[in-house]
Design a protein around this ligand. Structure first.
Ligand code: FAD
Length: 384
């Protein structure tokens, strides 16, 4: 396949549009119905240089920023939520790996030959990813034993590696991070993912029983994993999650507008769009989407220019986006009526995909708490 870029890409390019129209979009319904991993799309993204989009240029990556990554995720999310979420988790994990992983791994990612993901959420501490209960124990001088019950891992059994959280080896901090190769003995993926939405996402539980990794698999210092998560992983995840929700929202509005314009009430000789209440409700949904886009733009600018409110904006944007997507999805289902209840309009698939973001950690409830803490001058986390 043609390589899309070596430079930070022009994501409005014909090649990116062709990738969506030619590969990702046409497979999306089958991926959803069968609940199967969108391997073809991920392979094409790798070949197009998009798995290495956020990788540093010195490792062979495009060295792009969150703005470009957000454009990619938004574009993909409207076509296939599962593909977009797999890439979103890859990008989030790459932020930690590009800082701390061995050079050969960083180069493989930049070259588009290595898919990675986050293994943070646990059966024990659930959506409270900042408090892992899984363990890391020293084994002799050079090895570490990992034991865990991870509750949700996107691309489980499909990715090449996991960015893995645990309690520290010896340090006092709340968390350490590890690079765990997917083929490690003792890792087990539990069942195929049969989800409500994002059905191609392979978000299965993964357990670790006496998984042995070298000490060099530690990403950063022991006990410093939460700092890495807060400094690089979380900002990336939150902004790209917002872009994901915006992409699904835009797709829902596009499908809804087409339905309203093209569907007629024969006895009135009018379209649904000509009904005042209908277009009033549609305008309300459009307004929410436009307000979300404006705050996402403001968030990106605040982070790029280091403005003091950047942290608050990054926390706000995922909460706003997740709730906007869910509300617009509900409104689209209502406006498109019984037609949307069938698969044929494409609305119900996006409705199901839209509901994931608000329960993905940090959830909307957790983000509101974090925002309140920032606004009121409190620490994000209470001391244990
Ligand atoms: C499609 C999908 C893909 C995912 N992929 C990944 C992945 O790649 N890696 C990963 O690490 N995780 C992943 N997750 C997990 C996700 O990040 C969350 O951890 C998970 O969805 C939380 O579900 P739970 O049932 O454990 O939530 P719970 O923690 O049981 O929470 C249930 C509800 O209670 C609320 N709640 C919890 N605690 C409080 C509180 N103290 N106060 C008020 N409300 C509270 C939550 O906000 C939520 O609405 C994924 C989840 C989904 C749905």
């Amino acid at each position: 396949m043609q390589t899309i870029m070596t430079e930070p890409p022009n994501l409005r390019s014909d090649a990116f549009e062709a990738l969506i129209r030619g590969i990702v979009g046409p497979l999306a319904d089958e991926v959803d119905r069968a609940g199967r991993f969108p391997r073809e799309g991920i392979r094409a993204l790798g070949e197009a240089g998009l798995l290495g989009l956020l990788s540093a240029r010195e490792n062979g990556g495009a060295g792009a920023g969150l703005r470009e990554a957000a454009q990619v995720i938004e574009g993909l999310a409207g076509a296939c939520g599962s593909t977009a979420m797999v890439l979103l988790m890859h990008y989030s994990a790459v932020t930690a790996l590009d800082r701390h992983a061995p050079e050969d791994v960083r180069r493989e990612i930049a070259a588009g030959r290595h898919l990675t993901t986050l293994a943070f959420s646990e059966r024990g501490s659930r959506s409270h990813f900042w408090a892992p209960v899984s363990t890391a124990e020293p084994q002799g001088a050079d090895a570490v034993r990992l034991d865990a019950q991870k509750s949700w891992v996107t691309a489980a059994g499909e990715a090449d590696s996991y960015v893995w959280s645990s309690r520290p080896l010896r340090a006092d901090g709340p968390m350490s991070l590890w690079l765990v190769p997917a083929g490690s003995a003792g890792l087990e993926v539990h069942g195929d993912y049969d989800g409500f939405g994002l059905r191609g996402n392979a978000s299965s539980p993964v357990s670790a029983t006496a998984v042995a990794v070298p000490r060099s698999a530690l990403l950063g210092a022991d006990g410093e994993g939460l700092s890495t998560a807060l400094e690089v992983v979380l900002p990336c995840f939150l902004v790209l999650s917002a872009a994901f929700s915006l992409g699904v929202t835009e797709a829902l509005l596009g499908l809804t507008a087409a339905h309203l314009r093209n569907t007629r009430l024969a006895h009135l000789d009018q379209t649904l769009a000509q009904q005042p209440m209908t277009r009033n409700q549609f305008a309300g949904l459009r307004l929410r989407a436009d307000a979300l886009r404006a705050l996402l733009e403001e968030t990106l600018t605040a982070t790029e220019t280091g403005r003091p409110e950047a942290t608050l904006r990054v926390l706000q944007i995922k909460a706003l986006a997740a709730e906007t997507a869910a509300e617009v999805a509900d409104g689209a289902m209502r406006l498109c009526g019984g037609a949307a209840f069938r698969r044929e309009t494409g609305v119900e698939r996006r409705f199901r995909d839209a509901l994931a973001a608000r329960v993905m950690a940090p959830t909307t409830e957790a983000l509101h708490d974090f925002c309140g803490r920032v606004e009121l001058g409190l620490p994000l986390f209470e001391e244990a």
